[in-house]
Design a protein around this ligand. Structure first.
Ligand code: 5AD
Ligand code: SF4
Length: 454
């Protein structure tokens, strides 16, 4: 084994869970080079910004962060290496290096496995600095399969990319075509995580329910759907909880819906973005489904698993959105009743069809609609959380709380739960009686603790 000098690595992650996962993998591939995490960029030898390109604001943040890093790099006497990874890197590689010459490396989401080599060679020579070609299969092949777990929850990437081409979205351009990992690889990674104490696994993909991974020859050698994969993962000892994100309504097949009812390891939580409640807008977005079809799916999953928590994403102010279209979105939200949802003002992304559409909506109209939608969503989220008061929920303990003697964890419904208890419980699933709720979390007590106190 070659000796390595310890070096400090700081990764800042923007955007979606796919990026959170990719950042974990970057830490994994850099560990053999002697890189250990540090909490602050100023004392880091290598800083990676893992970026998001989905909305304009996210891109701007990257450039302003790079301005700060440039100063730190100067203060370090030029020793700091700055890398930009992720979707901004994919979309604007050459532009980044032109706008901010302090950047040493730019690598797209498909090039992480090359990071150690690029860092080792980090030189100012052009060519070494830019790696944004799509080589997805190679990426999946090249990353180490045995991952180091970090606590009892983990992401597991099963699928990448998207062929749906929603007219507002950059993902098909930045992440490339839809591609599923082979089932065997996923199982190896899942077992490795389970053996390290991971109990709650979130299967990740931009279009995760489009999963169609090649199955092992002994299992018939065909392609598996996400439902089949999830049922199989449920049998892995130690994995008690399975989630998946993010899904598309068009890929929500009956078997996956049924699995929510017959496989208790599949958690009662479904994030199924709808974007709009208006069929006119859904069509202009190229979503490939109607509002009624979406509602039908939501009724189906509720029938399979009545307590399921439902989540979504929304865009307001898409080009051509009239008052009545927005009201249709509000009606859909009232009908579904969400536990949580993310909502955004439409942001034109260069190169996407919607950016050039007629009927761009004025900023103040977008603002007003977003405020109304978010007020309704906040109300639903608060009501959902409050509905758990008085229930006893199995909570997977994930870490220490801010106060001494406090710990926190995750409910089956993806809520964060705070309560008093010993840190020795981290990694365990414990019953917690819920006594309080707010917009973003629940609080409770260990029933045994309250009995002891009584
Ligand atoms: N403008 C606003 N929101 C967007 N999203 C994706 N692209 C855009 C855009 N151009 C939102 C969608 C998607 C989430 C990840 O980000 O709601 O589901
Ligand atoms: Fe983007 Fe649509 Fe693909 Fe989701 S389904 S990643 S919104 S193109």
């Amino acid at each position: 084994m070659t000796e390595t000098t310890p070096k400090r690595l700081f990764i800042k992650t923007y955007g979606c869970q796919m990026n959170v996962y990719d950042s974990e993998r970057m830490r994994d591939v850099l560990r053999p080079l002697g890189y250990a995490a540090t909490e602050t960029p100023s004392d880091a030898d290598l800083v990676v910004l893992n970026t998001c390109h989905i909305r304009e604001k996210a891109t701007e943040k990257v450039y302003s962060e790079l301005g700060q890093l440039k100063k730190m790099k100067q203060a370090s006497g030029g020793k700091m290496t700055i890398a930009v990874a992720g979707c901004v890197a994919q979309a604007e590689g050459a532009e980044i290096m032109r706008r901010q010459p302090a950047v040493d490396l730019v690598l797209g989401p498909q090039a992480y496995h090359k990071l150690p080599e690029m860092v080792a060679r980090a030189s100012r020579a052009a060519g070494d600095r830019l790696e944004t070609e799509f080589e997805t299969l190679e990426k999946f092949d090249a990353l180490p399969k045995a991952r180091e777990a970090d606590g009892p929850t983990a992401f597991l990437s099963v699928q990448e990319g998207c062929d749906k081409f929603c007219t507002f979205c950059v993902v098909p351009y930045t992440r490339g075509a839809e591609l599923s990992r082979p089932v065997d690889d996923i199982m190896v990674e899942a077992r490795s995580l389970a053996s390290q104490g991971v109990r709650d696994i979130s299967l990740l993909g931009q279009n995760v329910n489009a999963f169609h991974g090649a199955a092992p020859a002994i299992e018939g050698g065909e392609e598996w759907t996400l439902g089949r994969l999830a049922r199989h993962l449920a049998k892995v000892g130690g994995i008690d909880r399975i989630r998946y994100t993010t899904s598309h309504p068009r890929d929500m097949d009956d078997d996956l819906v049924a699995a929510h009812g017959d496989t208790p390891e599949i958690m009662p939580f479904l994030h199924l973005p709808v974007q709009s409640g208006s069929d006119t807008i859904l069509k202009a977005m190229n979503r490939g489904h109607t509002a009624e079809r979406y509602l039908e799916i939501m009724r189906g999953v509720r029938a399979a698993r009545p307590d399921i928590a439902l989540a979504s994403d929304f865009i307001v102010g898409f080009p051509g959105e009239r008052d009545e279209d927005f009201e249709a979105t509000m009606d859909l939200v009232r009908e579904v009743n969400y536990s949580i949802a993310y909502s955004f003002k439409y942001s034109p992304r260069p190169g996407t069809p919607a950016a050039d559409m007629f009927g761009q909506v004025p900023e103040e109209v977008k603002d007003e609609r977003l405020q109304r939608l978010q007020a309704l969503l906040r109300e639903q989220q608060t009501t959902f959380n409050a509905s758990k008061i008085g229930e006893t929920l199995p909570v997977l303990v994930t870490g220490r709380g801010r106060m001494d003697g406090q710990i926190h964890g995750r409910s089956p419904y993806m809520q964060s739960v705070h309560f008093d208890g010993p840190a020795a419980l981290i990694g365990e699933i414990v019953n917690v009686r819920i006594e309080g709720a707010s917009l973003n979390s629940l609080s409770g007590v260990l029933p045994d603790a309250s009995e002891a106190a009584a």
